[in-house]
Design a protein around this ligand. Structure first.
Ligand SMILES: [Ca+2]
Length: 322
């Protein structure tokens, strides 16, 4: 193949990828929900509550169910908190995030073969100057990404945003109830694809971490709300970015009242050095069939509460009255 043919082939591929991105962008959610700044529940949906069993018998060991729970009604953000929403918070409060104060954050990059052999988790690099405004480091920005989920935020950053709006981060149970949306375990323990086999969440298609086929049109984070909502009207619970919960990760699920001193404690109220990892939920654009496989409602993972990364964001909840 001649160089020019190769070039035109690449160009055609690039145009196809751009078109796929444009098609998705057209049907995604806006950067700020309607009535933002006017309605205290802007961008939220009310979840009626009910009884369900968190966990799954078909997932990892730490997902095993530990009994049914009752969930009171609550409101939850329909989408992950966007860069535009977080920017509004920062503008109103002059908040300085942990990564801005500490000088860096963890950035994902497709690793070279040699890098993969040299160290574990070679796809993560602590990058000076990376923070929510510059998610991939100093050379990156939020230009054109107002409606993408904010990342490079710690648990404390996410909690501060929630407090600003008079809300909290979801408990793991609230998050999972909203994500399952009345469906059973059996329907959840599979890759997020629809009946036609098409991706219905932003996860990694291909072989992680070297080959991303972009079958879903996205190499990294996507704008929020590009994929169909679940039965409760909530978007991107699965994939795009992992989401902070306010619960501590202390191993396998345990029934309520187990004596665990960290159960249902607001992690942000505990001094950093004494803080256990937090539970994050939903998987991210980096979860693939050969790695992570946590793009499921029952799946869970421990995350250092003070570690900002490029694949963890959050959404908020509020009490169900009113
Ligand atoms: Ca998500």
């Amino acid at each position: 193949m001649s160089a020019s043919l190769q070039h035109s082939g690449r160009l055609a591929f690039a145009v196809l990828v751009m078109l796929a991105g444009a098609a998705n962008a057209a049907s995604c959610a806006s950067a700020l929900p309607s009535a933002w700044g006017k309605d205290a529940r802007a961008g939220m949906v009310r979840i009626a509550g009910g009884s369900f069993t968190p966990g799954s018998t078909a997932g990892y060991a730490d997902e095993r169910p530990a009994g049914a729970v009752n969930v009171k009604p609550f409101w939850i953000d329909r989408t992950e908190v966007t860069n535009a929403q977080f920017a509004a918070f920062v503008k109103a409060t002059a908040y300085v995030s942990d990564a801005e104060r500490d000088g860096g954050a963890a950035v994902f990059k497709v690793p070279l073969e040699a890098e993969l052999k040299a160290r574990p988790y070679a796809w993560w690099t602590y990058t000076k100057g990376a923070n929510w405004r510059h998610p991939e480091g100093p050379g990156s920005s939020l230009k054109g990404r107002d409606n993408q989920p904010v990342v490079q935020v710690t648990l404390a950053d996410a909690s501060a945003y929630a407090r600003w709006l008079g809300r909290t981060l979801p408990s793991e149970v609230q998050w999972e109830f909203a994500a399952k949306a009345g469906r059973s375990d059996a329907a959840l323990d599979r890759a997020p694809r629809n009946k036609a086999g098409k991706p219905e969440a932003n996860f990694w298609q291909g072989v992680f971490p070297s080959l991303n086929t972009r079958e879903d049109g996205h190499l990294g984070r996507s704008p929020v709300g590009c994929y169909p909502a679940n039965a409760f009207g909530v978007y991107d619970m699965i994939g795009n970015v992992w989401e902070w919960t306010r619960d501590a990760y202390t191993g396998a699920r345990q029934p309520h009242g187990n004596g665990d001193p960290f159960a249902s404690v607001d992690l942000a109220s505990i001094p950093l050095e004494k803080r256990p990892p937090a539970v994050i939920k939903g998987g991210s654009f980096l979860c693939a069939a050969n790695f992570c496989v946590r793009y499921r409602a029952a799946a869970r993972h421990p995350q250092e509460a003070n570690l900002p990364t490029a694949h963890v964001g959050f959404r908020t909840v509020a009490a169900g009255d009113g």
